[in-house]
Design a binder for this molecule. Sequence first.
Ligand code: SAH
Length: 268
Amino acid sequence: MTTPNKSYGRKTLHPTIKPRSLMDEQPNLTGVWQARIITLFPETFPNVLGASLTGKALQTGKWQLHTHDLRDYGKGKHRNVDDTPAGGGAGMVLRADVINAALLDTQSNAHGNWPILYMSPRGQRFDQKMAHDLSRCNGVTILCGRFEGVDERVLEHWNIKEVSLGDFVLTGGEIAAQAVVDASVRLLPDVLGNSESIIEESHSNGLLEHPQYTKPSIWEGREIPSILLSGNHGEIAIWRQKMSKLITKERRPDLWKIRNTKSTRTDN
Ligand code: SAH
């Protein structure tokens, strides 16, 4: 028995007499951002996406999550999804025809601006700009690879964008997909409690964030910088901006350089 495709989030729960395997296709609510995930391990969702702010937003229907179990599209009695690499070599490759069948399903539910991503160490490095762009789409379909990856032809056929979490190799695309969805969902309107934190946080303006402190005011002999307790909001903003620049310059000279070439300002 295979795991049926599954939907998460309040607005996807409808009483139904259909078999569970046919249950996924609830009406697409226009205006609700959706993530459709193709994976061999649907039980690994929503995982951390079901917690805290993203989980609350999922429950209150600010976004929707649908998993499509790749096994359901597998071939033969054993629902095979993979085979040996053409040309030889180690491991197994996910079949183009199996992935294609899953994509026909996911994309029949897609509308408007809806990219398809394949999580892959060969892909473009995921960053905050990509998260912003995705949050402005109607939804996204994410293909999670396993084993040696997927047959190249299906990537070409569907014009799939490869996206990497970083220069390291994971066992599968699920953790990477969760990172991409998390970073995108928190930028949707009304998901974060305090929308100002989006404007100020690391990477939103090409800078890393300034240090943060909270109570107690003295801990292990260490004091909070006195300016932060002064109540002078103008001075606090200047201090934070200064620290932000200092930390970016020290830790990420690459970001600092980009910022300075873009900007004509000389106040560094
Ligand atoms: N043979 C492949 C690696 C396969 S790892 C290669 O050398 O490029 C198995 C799967 O894990 C991949 O198909 C991909 O979906 C996922 N994965 C591994 N590393 C990743 C990374 N850095 N970013 C995003 N996904 C990754």
